[in-house]
Ligand binder design. Structure first.
Ligand SMILES: Nc1ncnc2c1ncn2[C@@H]1O[C@H](COP(=O)(O)OP(=O)(O)OP(=O)(O)O)[C@@H](O)[C@H]1O
Ligand SMILES: O=C(O)C1=C[C@@H](O)[C@@H](O)[C@H](O)C1
Ligand SMILES: [Mg+2]
Length: 166
């Protein structure tokens, strides 16, 4: 959460000329309301169902940079779809940098708790093994600008793209 998937993903698409999509944007469009509004009105389980649906609709689309929500990979079926869609990158940073980025806007619904810091690090710890499992490669963006992170993602994707050479 907050590692830069949306902002860096958009720059990556700019580098490659691919279309850019973000599952959070697709969810908000499909629902006609914002992510915080969906969480507040319907809860996380409902959000995860819509998230799965919009991801499923991307299957078969080529030439795409797709940013996801930070929790999309929690469902095994979503991990399976991602692996079939293309090269999967894990955009990471050190824990404090991630927390600082994730809390810049104060809008992330899962961090609306009494202790956002504790919540954030608990979620991160719960998710690390899943990120590791699904990703083809990882980029540590702690000391990278947005553009440098996008370039590192491109380098990694070109390296790992062999999985899709038939
Ligand atoms: N490499 C970076 N250096 C400094 N700030 C960054 C970097 N990457 C992203 N940020 C900043 O961190 C904040 C969160 O970025 P962004 O919204 O792109 O993250 P995200 O991974 O899409 O979050 P979410 O999981 O909520 O969808 C933004 O203010 C963004 O500009
Ligand atoms: O990390 C998460 O579970 C989330 C991250 C955001 O991108 C949104 O998908 C939503 O706020 C949930
Ligand atoms: Mg995002």
């Amino acid at each position: 959460m907050g590692c830069g998937k949306s902002s860096v993903g958009r720059r990556l698409a700019g580098l490659t000329g691919h279309r850019f999509l973000d599952t959070d944007d697709l969810i908000a469009q499909a629902e006609g309301r914002s992510i915080p509004e969906i969480f507040a009105a319907e809860g996380e389980a409902y959000f995860r169902d819509v998230e799965h649906r919009v991801l499923s609709e991307q299957v078969g689309i080529c030439g795409l940079v797709l940013s996801t929500g930070g929790g999309l990979v929690l469902r095994p079926e979503n991990r399976e779809i991602l692996r079939r869609l293309g090269v999967v990158a894990w955009l990471d940073a050190d824990r404090e940098a991630l927390f600082e980025r994730a809390t810049r806007t104060g809008k992330r619904p899962l961090l609306q708790t009494d202790n956002p810091r504790e919540t954030f690090f608990r979620l991160l710890d719960e998710r690390l093994s899943v990120y590791q499992e699904v990703a083809d490669f990882r980029v540590d963006s702690t000391n990278l600008s947005h553009d440098e992170a996008a370039q590192s993602l491109l380098d990694g994707a070109l390296r790992e793209g062999r999985r899709f050479e038939y």
